[in-house]
Design a protein around this ligand. Structure first.
Ligand code: R2B
Ligand code: URA
Length: 302
């Protein structure tokens, strides 16, 4: 495991935090003075996040099995955030699994709190992964896309948020070196491809991603296709709803982050997700499988 390294320490850059006697993590259902707080966060090297709260326990168990983390009989992984029903959080050794819900808003709330917890506990050399799902562009469904750059719905590579009555542009940067290492985690006999591409982080699943099948739609097939083609020519290979938040908050806090998503469909061929539940489940496991290969290398586990 990487040694403590001051240069790589997680640093939440908000100066106001030092004057708080206790910090209440309202959405994680814990506070900075709760029992075991430092034990939970100080040795964290990886945070794996996905939308669904139901999936996080499974993810933590999968990671624990793969990394051979000993969970004594009768000590099943428990949800650290059991005091709230907003998010769930599981710890498997140096890995924290937390859900982020749908969209940038939900993701920003939980990411602020996770980053602060890592900061107070002096965690260092932390990688944050979004292991998620997306719609693909011109790709075989089931392909894993590593986001080289997150874009908004106007193909702009920053997050624009209203703060104190003004629109503020926030830079969003994912870790290119981490992407290269993840790309090298592809195995010869994988039955799927791992590719690098730009990602549209949309405000919603329907109009925000140019679908024709939302409750409201004021454009037609031709306009939709023109936009998707323009996005493709710009280097976009998938569409989802959280990447900008990861690239913004993690890069501000000295955290390396990557967005690793499988694709559920090819948006050039349709809008509806038609694959069977079993097939989607198989595809959905691919991002965490790739990320665990990286973790094993990092932790020197065979
Ligand atoms: C991918 O899937 C979700 C929408 O169905 C959303 O969280 C995303 O980014
Ligand atoms: N998630 C999205 O955000 N879009 C899709 O098309 C599929 C999954």
């Amino acid at each position: 495991m990487g040694d403590y390294d001051e240069e790589k320490r997680v640093k939440a850059p908000n100066k106001n935090l030092s004057s708080l006697d206790v910090d209440i993590f309202h959405h994680l259902g814990i506070n900075s003075k709760c029992k075991h707080f430092n034990n939970i966060f100080s040795d964290i090297k990886f945070v794996c996040m996905g939308g669904s709260h139901k999936r996080m326990g499974y993810l933590a168990q999968y990671v624990a099995d793969e990394l051979k983390i000993d969970i004594p009989a009768g000590c099943a992984l428990t949800n650290i955030s059991h005091q709230t029903d907003r998010y769930v959080m599981f710890k498997a050794g140096p890995v924290l699994c937390v859900n982020h819900g749908i969209g940038v808003n939900s993701t920003m709330v939980v990411l602020h709190e996770v980053i602060k917890a890592l900061h107070y506990s002096q965690a260092s050399d932390v990688h944050v992964f979004r292991v998620g799902t997306s719609g693909g562009l011109g790709l075989e469904p089931g392909t894993v896309v590593l986001t080289s750059e997150a874009l908004d719905g106007c193909l702009r590579n920053f997050l624009e948020v209203p703060i104190l009555g003004e629109m503020v542009k926030k830079p969003s940067k994912l870790d290119g070196q981490l992407n290269n290492k993840l790309l090298q985690c592809a195995l010869k006999d994988d039955d799927f491809q791992i590719i690098l591409g730009k990602t549209i982080c949309a405000w919603d699943f329907y109009e925000g991603q140019g679908r024709l099948d939302g409750a409201v739609c004021e454009y037609d097939e031709e306009k939709k296709m023109n936009f998707l083609k323009k996005a493709y020519d710009f280097g976009v290979r998938n569409l989802e709803m959280e990447a900008l938040a990861f690239g913004y908050l993690c890069s501000q806090a000295n955290i390396s982050s990557a967005v690793v998503c499988c694709t559920y469909l090819d948006r050039f061929k349709g809008d509806q997700v038609t694959a069977s539940h079993e097939t989607l489940a198989k595809w959905q496991d691919r991002p965490i499988r790739v990320v665990v290969r990286y973790m094993k290398q990092y932790l020197n586990i065979r």
